[in-house]
Design a protein around this ligand. Structure first.
Ligand code: NDP
Length: 446
């Protein structure tokens, strides 16, 4: 880290104790910014980095709800509205027992730069709750969502703050959240949430967008090296929204995904994952990958508690959660001949893992850039809501492909300009930061 920037990072540590993931996310960005500050002294003078590291607003609230037996539960809700220099706050909601303020801040911080890279008019935010939807009935999830929105609605609005899904929050939850927002406000304000059902204001391709986008980014990284996905053996961690549609697009582009996972274990299917079966189990039945292995039979192996990164592959897409891929895993992947990693999840690779990939010189696309297709398509959903329009699947997917190519090219060119050719971490951090920083300078002391 540039020594001039060390005090800024130290201050972040001091002001945000115990928030390890937030520290990690901030550190990675600040480590990239030395040359930018040298070139743009106005950013230092105006204390842009210090301001970017401090959320504009943080909301923490109680979420009481009753289960099907009438037992009362209390969860904690969060919304961190991090930066609105480029547009209304935008970023998903996560429902998972691991959610705490530090996790939401890391995600919100990443979101600022990711959203900037899309070049859409959206600021950065994130939210969620430590509610665990696993094993809960549909009615329990609905009551939770209604209670959550009963507090959060007053902070939202299509020009203010526009949440979407993330871990544990998919189309069903967005429906319950939107229904409650509509009821409380008496407004059919479609643009207040994205990831809606396509019959009531949602955009085609939003469901697929993060996974597809991560594969489009991968395709661009490979193309820049004169390579492609054809016949490549791939592994994709997770088996949720992002993982499923990453697998779908890899298969469409000629690659073969031989493994995926959930928090219970790993399924290894050497002939290639049967996506229809996986979708049926995960999206319809809300089951586990263990069920997939059992139903698929044949050569398929289920590895309870297994490590997916030990399965040899040429391409890896971490699509589950933060810090799921360690330095050791990265070394295993590189040792097994992996040539490219594209992150569907947010910050899935530890800093040690990132160093291994960069040192090995493989194509490594950090989540901030590689998974930006989800939020970019959310911005397209907002556009459609604002104009009361609905675009076709083909047109929207084409737009997503163009956006991902543009993000790739921007990161690539920026890395080059700052003397780090092929380093998409540097490229994404600098390009995203610069766009937000320019806006913050223009807007005065915000
Ligand atoms: P889902 O809830 O649909 O799926 C998450 C998947 O990851 C599940 O298979 C889940 O397994 C697994 N997982 C979650 N937490 C853990 C954990 N602690 N340990 C092991 N496995 C875990 O979420 P998404 O697919 O939407 O999100 C996945 C990642 O992509 C997250 O990092 C998210 O922030 C990121 N992302 C999502 C976007 C979106 O549009 N949805 C946009 C950009 C990024 P299990 O069911 O067993 O918990």
């Amino acid at each position: 880290m540039d020594e001039k920037l060390e005090p800024i990072y130290d201050e972040v540590l001091r002001r945000n104790p115990g928030e390890a993931e937030f520290h990690q996310a901030v550190r990675e960005v600040i480590e990239s910014l030395g040359p930018v500050i040298a070139k743009h002294p106005e950013f230092a003078e105006r204390k842009i980095i210090e301001r970017i590291c401090e959320p504009e607003r943080q909301i923490i609230f109680r979420v009481p709800w009753q289960d099907d037996d009438g037992v009362v539960h209390i969860n904690r809700g969060f919304r961190v509205e991090f930066n609105s220099a480029l547009g209304p706050y935008k970023g998903g909601l996560r429902f998972h027992p691991s959610v705490n303020l530090g996790i939401v801040k890391f995600l919100g911080f990443e979101q600022i730069f990711k959203n900037a890279l899309t070049e859409m008019p959206i600021g950065g935010a994130k939210g969620g709750s430590d509610f665990d939807p696993k094993g809960r009935s549909r009615d329990e999830v609905m009551r939770f969502c209604q209670s959550f929105m009963t507090e959060l609605y007053r902070h939202l609005g299509e020009y203010t703050d526009v949440p979407a899904g993330d871990i544990g929050v998919g189309g069903r939850e967005i429906g319950y959240l939107f229904g409650q927002y509509k009821r409380i406000t008496n407004r059919y304000e479609s643009g207040v949430l994205t990831g809606k059902g396509i019959e009531w204001g949602g955009a085609l391709v939003r469901t697929e967008a993060t996974g597809y986008g991560a594969v489009f980014f991968l395709r661009e990284m490979l193309r820049a090296r004169g390579q492609d996905l054809d016949d490549r053996t791939c592994v994709v961690s997770g088996s949720g929204n992002v993982a499923i549609y990453a697998i779908e697009k890899i298969h469409q582009l000629g690659g073969r995904v031989v493994a995926c996972s959930d928090s219970g274990g790993v399924v290894h299917d050497p002939k290639g994952i049967d996506l229809e079966l996986l979708k049926q189990i995960k999206e319809v039945e809300r089951g586990r990958v263990a069920d997939y292995a059992e139903r698929r039979g044949g050569e398929v192996r289920y590895l309870p508690g297994g490590n997916i990164w030990e399965i040899p592959c040429e391409v890896a897409l971490p699509c589950a959660t933060q810090n799921e891929l360690t330095g050791r895993d990265a070394a295993t992947l590189v040792g097994n001949g992996c040539i490219a990693v594209s992150e569907g999840a947010n910050m899935p690779t530890t800093p040690e893992g990132v160093d291994v990939f960069l040192d090995a010189g493989i194509a490594y696309g950090p989540g901030k850039a590689a998974n930006a297709g989800g939020v970019a398509t959310s911005a397209l959903e907002m556009q459609q809501n604002a104009s009361r329009d609905r675009w076709s699947f083909e047109a929207t997917e084409q737009r997503l492909g163009e956006i991902m190519r543009h993000i790739h090219d921007l990161c690539y060119a920026t890395a080059d300009e700052y003397g780090a050719p092929g380093n998409y971490v540097r490229g994404a951090n600098i390009a995203g930061f610069q766009r937000v920083a320019d806006a913050m300078v223009a807007l005065g002391l915000v």
